[in-house]
Design a protein around this ligand. Structure first.
Ligand SMILES: Nc1nc2c(c(=O)[nH]1)N[C@H]1C(S)=C(S)[C@@H](COP(=O)(O)OP(=O)(O)OC[C@H]3O[C@@H](n4cnc5c(=O)[nH]c(N)nc54)[C@H](O)[C@@H]3O)O[C@H]1N2
Ligand SMILES: Nc1nc2c(c(=O)[nH]1)N[C@H]1C(S)=C(S)[C@@H](COP(=O)(O)OP(=O)(O)OC[C@H]3O[C@@H](n4cnc5c(=O)[nH]c(N)nc54)[C@H](O)[C@@H]3O)O[C@H]1N2
Ligand SMILES: [Mo]
Length: 759
């Protein structure tokens, strides 16, 4: 519950007793501590289930408990004893529910019956499953496929996702926007150009062999805490961990492993980062150019036998190095210092340590991808790694930390709006229909379409599109005009209570629940952040007998929408998911050979990653050094205003995206509120504001006014000129056009804002 906020510095490490207490509290709050507690034993283990929180790798030899504080919260959230059905919805109109917070909506518990919006009573009313499918199928048949979007949020299994993309394509469009379009799309665009693969090249074992780790813009302690295990082991081996992040994130500073009794009892902490560079939001291009420039300077000064750049690797494997090196030499330090917010000295120290390493990993997250220059940022990090041949050997490579637990896997099985990335010819061969050949709409395109009325129908496989996307105000207006919205979900959220003219809410099983089809428990599969495929077994009894599984719902909609096609056996697939895996294997024989046989491999089985073998599937046949001309983060913003600050939208330690578990952010010392804005004391003074004051934030943009009120100023250790506040509360401030060049990822990490006192 939101309380009067309390702000106090948090002194504890990431993990530790704070984490253990927080897990206990969350499980008790969800009302099913025994069921959830028992489930935790099975989390991320061979024979168990894949955590529904983040996508971090599941090791071959798991820890006794292979879960973290936030994974435990996610488990408790799914297995909660609270449920809502028809009688809740009879009591509350949707107009009333629109006034509820994200927390209150989801806190009602699991959805249990299929529902349809009834305009006369302004409520959701129960509807039989078959009837719902028929009506949805009828409505979709009456809609132009080009004006229908099939969104996927990144959690549904490989099996469901494969069926979902087939539904969209057989229906007639490649309109498959996904959460990745708001997340690592910058990676998916940058890396194929640079190294010929759309994903990271690092496997979990590489962390055992690395002798240096760079960490750019990823908050490991809250968002991928199990990764702290390999990081802690690396730190204990003396591996330097060099971090670039505007905020001092606790998980990147120090960690106590809550699962190591001696550490817990002795209070021993492991220092994680050896160098911590508080780069300005959007300053990474400059920091990375600086690192490369400094490395070149060291190399230029070194004797012939003592070079630090891997010239042999570059000669054999790379394209464009000379132009890149010239561009680095030509950059001048004052500009790099100004844009990065770091001193030349600090950057040179980092480069010096790097110059001595022989196997480095570059880890990154939303701090690089969610910028206008998101694609350039990723390519610059890749350049830094290529300079020392850090790819295709043990302990080296690039490691984008993915978000949702199967977001990477959804792409692998065809959830993409880009026609060229989908195996269209193969689908045609297997299923005998002509798949659409033109690109579909990505998330930002769909938002534009919803705002201007082009998009008429929206089907959602999980997620909370309305809350996750930018431009909340215009989006809500457009959303209400949709002819049809269909939401497949586990819990109630704002994308359901704000609704289209015809709206259906279809409750599904969660991944931790046992999914019985034709009398047999089914297994599903997912792909983790380091490209390994894993089986996931349901563990708990479903929260209601009325739920259908995600594959059953997708099949239900497909059968009611598409003309009969004897080559697509929707019913057979739903009865036995192994048959969907056979279909996936038939579609992608090189990626999934012997899928069903290998699905239980402890630690997962790997996807082939050509760049790991130093095979470069790029336009030049080599690894490319690609770099931007300009360091300017916001080239098309109105003239700079001296009072403007760069807003970073952040996740708290008590949320999973738009799911708000609670109002605390322990590591940042915030209790009982989410309406805070973190600011440097000098900015507070310069703008004649004061700590604790209530303010409004307004976007600096000349199209129209976007403002949110009610943030409390918290003086914080953040670079001058930058402020931080939570997502999704800040999404009304992000203009839709403020997205990454090339990937269209909304630039949620550097929104120019003005602050004024209010209230
Ligand atoms: N518990 C929990 N786990 C999650 C999620 C969650 O909400 N809760 N979400 C999941 C999802 S979908 C995703 S994508 C991931 C997200 O995980 P992250 O990639 O960690 O994303 P954010 O929390 O948005 O934080 C980004 C980090 O980047 C830093 N940063 C901001 N701007 C810049 C910049 O300009 N440069 C640099 N170098 N750093 C910057 C911020 O200070 C912050 O530490 O986590 C996944 N895991
Ligand atoms: N300002 C700002 N905006 C951002 C970001 C940011 O950092 N800043 N981050 C972006 C990122 S990285 C992402 S990934 C997106 C996230 O965007 P989404 O993926 O769309 O949002 P989530 O909050 O993860 O979705 C939560 C909902 O998913 C449903 N759900 C949960 N589990 C299941 C399940 O097993 N099956 C089904 N069918 N439904 C389920 C529940 O109903 C729940 O309410 O937000 C993006 N938006
Ligand atoms: Mo994400």
């Amino acid at each position: 519950m939101a309380r009067d906020g309390r702000i106090e510095t948090y002194d504890g490490p990431a993990g530790g007793w704070g984490s253990a207490k927080s897990v206990g509290r969350a499980l008790v709050y969800d009302g099913a501590p025994l069921k959830s507690g028992a489930a935790l034993w099975k989390q991320n283990k061979p024979g168990g289930f894949a955590c529904v929180s983040c996508a971090w790798s599941k090791p071959r030899e798991p820890h006794l408990f292979e879960f973290c504080e936030n994974g435990a919260k996610a488990t408790g959230w799914e297995l909660t004893s609270k449920t809502i059905g028809a009688e809740f919805f009879a009591r509350h109109t949707l107009t009333e529910l629109e006034g509820w917070s994200d927390f209150e909506l989801e806190d009602q518990g699991r959805l249990t019956e299929p529902l349809k919006y009834d305009a006369a009573s302004d409520t959701y009313q129960p509807i039989a499953w078959e009837r719902a499918f028929e009506e949805i199928g009828g409505a979709l048949k009456a809609t132009d496929p080009k004006r229908t979007a099939f969104y996927a949020s990144g959690r549904a299994s490989l099996e469901t996702s494969y069926m979902y993309q087939l539904l969209a394509r057989a229906y007639g469009a490649n309109n498959l926007p996904d959460s990745s379009n708001m997340c690592h799309e910058s990676t998916s665009v940058a890396l194929p150009e640079s190294i010929g693969v759309p994903v990271g090249t690092v496997f979990l074992d590489d962390f055992d062999h690395a002798d240096l780790i760079f960490f750019f813009g990823q908050n490991v302690g809250s968002n991928a805490p199990r990764m702290l295990h390999p990081l802690q082991e690396a730190a204990k081996r003396g591996v330097p961990i060099i971090t670039f992040n505007p905020l001092k994130e606790r998980g990147l500073e120090r960690f106590t492993n809550p699962q190591a009794p001696t550490e817990m009892l002795s209070g021993a902490e492991t220092r994680i980062s050896t160098q911590y560079h508080q780069v300005k939001a959007g300053g990474d291009l400059a920091a990375l150019f600086g690192l490369c420039k400094a490395l070149i300077a060291i190399d230029d000064a070194a004797a012939p036998g003592a070079k630090v750049i891997d010239h042999a690797f570059i000669a054999e494997h790379c394209h464009g190095y000379d132009a890149f090196a010239d561009a680095c030499r030509a950059r001048d330090w004052p500009e790099l210092e100004r844009c990065s917010g770091l001193t030349r000295h600090a950057i040179e120290i980092a480069a010096e340590v790097y110059s001595r390493s022989s196997a480095a990993i570059g880890v990154y997250g939303m701090g690089l991808t969610q910028h206008r220059s998101g694609v350039d940022n990723v390519q610059m990090l890749m350049n830094l790694l290529l300079m020392k041949g850090n790819i295709g050997r043990p302990g080296a490579g690039i490691c984008p930390v993915r978000g949702h637990s199967n977001v990477q896997g959804q792409r692998t099985v065809g959830i993409t709006e880009k026609a060229s990335l989908a195996p269209l010819d193969r689908l045609k061969e297997l299923y005998g229909f002509e798949p659409p050949r033109e690109d579909g709409m990505a998330t930002v395109d769909v938002c534009e379409g919803i705002i201007d009325g082009e998009v008429e129908a929206f089907v959602s496989l999980g997620g909370n599109f309305l809350r996750a996307t930018p431009e909340t105000g215009l989006m809500e207006d457009g959303w209400r005009k949709l002819k049809l919205s269909v939401q497949i979900a586990t819990k109630l959220n704002r994308s359901h209570v704000v609704h289209g003219r015809a709206a259906y809410l279809l409750p599904c099983l969660g991944r931790i629940e046992i999914d019985r089809q034709a009398g047999r428990p089914q297994i599903v599969s997912i792909e983790d952040s380091t490209s390994h495929f894993h089986a996931s077994h349901g563990f708990a009894e479903p929260c209601a007998p009325t739920l259908l599984s995600e594959p059953a719902i997708v099949a239900g909609i497909a059968k009611a929408t598409l003309p009969p096609n004897p080559s697509i056996d929707w019913d057979g697939w739903t009865a036995d998911y192994a048959r969907v895996r056979d279909a996936i294997e038939a579609t992608y024989p090189k990626v999934f050979p012997r899928f069903n046989e290998r699905i239980e491999t402890p630690g997962g089985f790997p996807k082939p990653i050509s760049a790991r073998e130093r095979e470069w599937n790029t336009s030049t046949g080599k690894a490319n050094f690609i770099f931007p001309e300009s360091l300017d983060e916001n080239p098309d913003m109105p003239a700079p205003q001296p009072d403007a600050l760069r807003l970073i939208t952040l996740r708290s330690n008590d949320q999973f995206n738009t799911t708000v578990y609670g109002y605390d952010d322990r590591f940042r010392g915030v209790e009982g509120t989410r309406m805070v804005v973190f600011m440097h004391a000098n900015d507070i003074a310069r703008l004649s504001l004061r700590d604790g004051q209530t303010v409004a934030m307004r976007t600096v943009a000349d199209d129209f006014e976007r403002e949110v009120e009610g943030f409390r100023i918290v003086a914080y250790d953040i670079p001058e000129g930058c402020v931080g506040a939570y997502y999704p509360e800040c999404n009304p401030l992000i203009p839709l056009w403020h997205h990454a060049r090339g990937s269209k990822v909304p630039a949620a990490k550097s929104v120019p804002v003005l602050i004024r006192p209010c209230g």
